[in-house]
Unconditional design. Sequence first.
Length: 388
Amino acid sequence: MEKKAIHFGGGNIGRGFVAEFLHVAGYEVVFVDVMDSVINSLQETKSYQVTEVSDEGESTKTITNYRAINSKTHESDVIKEISTASIVTCAVGPNILKFIAPVIAKGIDARTDAIPLAVIACENAIGATDTLHHFINNNTAQDRLDSMPDRARFANSAIDRIVPGQAPEGGLNVRIEKFYEWVVESTPFGEFGHPEVPAIHWVSNLEPYIERKLFTVNTGHATAAYYGYNAGKKTIAEALKDPRIRGIVRDVLQETASLIVDKHEISAAEQQEYVETIITRISNPYLEDTVERVGRAPMRKVSRKERFIGPASQLAERGGKFESLMGSFEMALRFQNVEGDEESVKMAEILKENSPADAAARLTGLERDHPLFPHVVKVIDRVQSDTK
Ligand SMILES: NC(=O)c1ccc[n+]([C@@H]2O[C@H](COP(=O)([O-])OP(=O)(O)OC[C@H]3O[C@@H](n4cnc5c(N)ncnc54)[C@H](O)[C@@H]3O)[C@@H](O)[C@H]2O)c1
Ligand SMILES: O=P(O)(O)OC[C@@H](O)[C@@H](O)[C@H](O)[C@H](O)CO
């Protein structure tokens, strides 16, 4: 029988990364989304194209063998598909995991296959699959929890490929960078072994990979986005052409590099090479990635485990330097009331209505007695004074 993967989120990374590599691995991909336009297009077409763009030119792959279901209107179909699938993946955004959990829980509960379902969340967040697992448990009957590992195994992942917003006239086609990295925990699969997906690099300890990725690619990317936005730049490439912003990105990545080298078994030379690759990747002028996309959802990005406060808090605990990260954090707080970005509006309200200390606790989730807390309060105080 053909192998089947259910993928939640037919957006940029869903179509341009996860589905591409599941397709190459021989899976039929069933997209699940709630956006009518995406589902209709996927249902009306038999293929779409993924085009890698770089200074070496363009290279196009055609993706076929997929179906699509709208979970808003056809929940029972989704449950049925999950009950007979090998893999469930998602790329919907970390804040959406709680909304997809109930239907996945029902699908898992209906399984009778001897091989458990592999569940892999492909989001930019530390422990995203653990978060999804937690919500799935909350949607599963108490007396079915002990036997859950017989029906599903949950593996965290780190996923890296820049997929910018796509031109509307491109339809389902996706233009992306050539580089990709998909690292997934192998240990949760135990005696069953992990699924066969050649693009995945399987590891027993994901932490060094996800921290290196989030605190280098995404910290650097977000720094360029927020400094770029506040300097009136349109794209990340344009922001990084500015020597001042490029220098700041380097300073920030030096701080996170010191944490990564100190904490994980990664040498300074290896990390330096990684940083150079990342700066080249995020400067790619062919991607036309806007500062608004990369800066999207600033409340998520200034939270406790995320790209600024995550490394800065660990550096503060270890006596390291974090001043440049505080500069990026400040620029993120100035990404307010951006059209189409609900979090940027809510963040502006929180900053307006709370004392610096209360806003610091609410926005970052940092403990008030944490060594980083007074530094965060100082930055918030400055932003509040300037925006009053
Ligand atoms: N774009 C990138 O460069 C990139 C790279 C690595 C990781 N990521 C991560 O992948 C995730 C998705 O990012 P994206 O850029 O593809 O965003 P996107 O907005 O292009 O796609 C998200 C998709 O999820 C769908 N969705 C929303 N609610 C849903 C629900 N309840 N059920 C099913 N589908 C739902 C949306 O309709 C949309 O099609 C994020 O966590 C992001 O951080 C993105
Ligand atoms: O997806 P976000 O909102 O967490 O972050 C925006 C970008 O930094 C991100 O999508 C990158 O393009 C991606 O993480 C590259 O692998």
